[in-house]
Ligand binder design. Structure first.
Ligand code: ADP
Ligand code: MG
Length: 247
């Protein structure tokens, strides 16, 4: 493929587990500052797509270009360093550290001057922590031990830890699972804010939530794209109603 302006260009991506194709010739393009939502029934291959992009799973065939760099040949670390951040379903924050410290330790190592938790706080780190804390609505909780945060706040903190690295592509797997209605609304606002500076891919089942955030929706089914386009378009698609929304 020749160079493109897409942040992410996935072409003919396939992964086979003992002959079973969890992702089957997937082609998908994500724009700069786009918020794309992946939906589809359980087992459709959504999480596997994120695993492939972040290098956790190696593809069997096809290509993943991030800013025109081929990711399928890179290690997970190299992919993170190239600007791809990925949040898993369960939050992995340091419960015994404060919100501030969790953000602080997530500052990219190459850019700081520290190796331990007792390092001198540089101005750049502190500014970045405060900026991210505002984005994730935790400014008033910076000194709180993270164990004491609500479930939703822990999810936001983990998003914040990824934002500390200023990824150009951020991927979130079911970020509002277990959240209250109010936290879901706040998360929608959070995502709408953070996609102004980066592209975001979200896997989500809650269609009310998807409606609030999606620029475009990709519906996966059996490792393939069943439909793609605006929320309106995919919601009214016969095939989508039959295999996914009808249930
Ligand atoms: P979704 O996130 O859409 O629910 P997944 O991507 O988790 O679906 O899984 C898609 C299919 O691939 C499922 O049938 C799952 O069992 C299978 N699968 C995922 N990862 C592996 C793996 N590492 N080894 C074998 N099968 C896998
Ligand atoms: Mg999944």
């Amino acid at each position: 493929m020749s160079n493109t302006d897409f942040v992410l260009a996935v072409e003919d991506l396939t992964v086979s587990f003992d002959g079973f194709k969890a992702v089957d010739k997937l082609t998908m393009y994500i724009d700069k500052n786009e918020l794309r939502v992946l939906v589809g029934p359980n087992g459709a291959g959504k999480t596997t797509v994120l695993d492939l992009i972040c290098g956790k799973t190696k593809s069997t065939a096809g290509s993943i270009k991030f800013k025109n760099t081929e990711l399928t040949k890179l290690s997970e670390h190299e992919i993170v360093r190239s600007g791809v951040g990925r949040k898993f379903q369960n939050p992995s924050i340091y419960e015994n550290l404060s919100v501030y410290q969790n953000l602080e330790v997530s500052y990219p190592k190459g850019r700081g001057v520290f190796g331990s938790l007792t390092f001198k706080r540089t101005k750049a780190v502190e500014e970045q922590v405060r900026k991210v804390a505002a984005d994730i609505m935790l400014t008033d909780f910076l000194d709180m031990e993270s164990a004491l945060l609500s479930h939703g706040q822990k999810q936001w903190l983990e998003i914040g830890m990824l934002l500390m690295q200023e990824p150009e592509l951020l991927m979130l797997d079911e970020p509002v699972a277990g959240m209250s209605a109010k936290e879901r609304d706040q998360t929608a606002e959070l995502l709408n804010r953070i996609c102004q500076n980066r592209s975001v891919i979200v896997i989500e089942h809650d269609m009310e939530f998807v409606k609030k955030i999606a620029h475009k929706v990709t519906v996966l089914h059996q490792g393939k794209i069943l439909a793609e386009g605006s929320m309106d378009k995919v919601q009214n698609d016969e095939k989508v109603i039959e295999v996914y929304l009808g249930h």
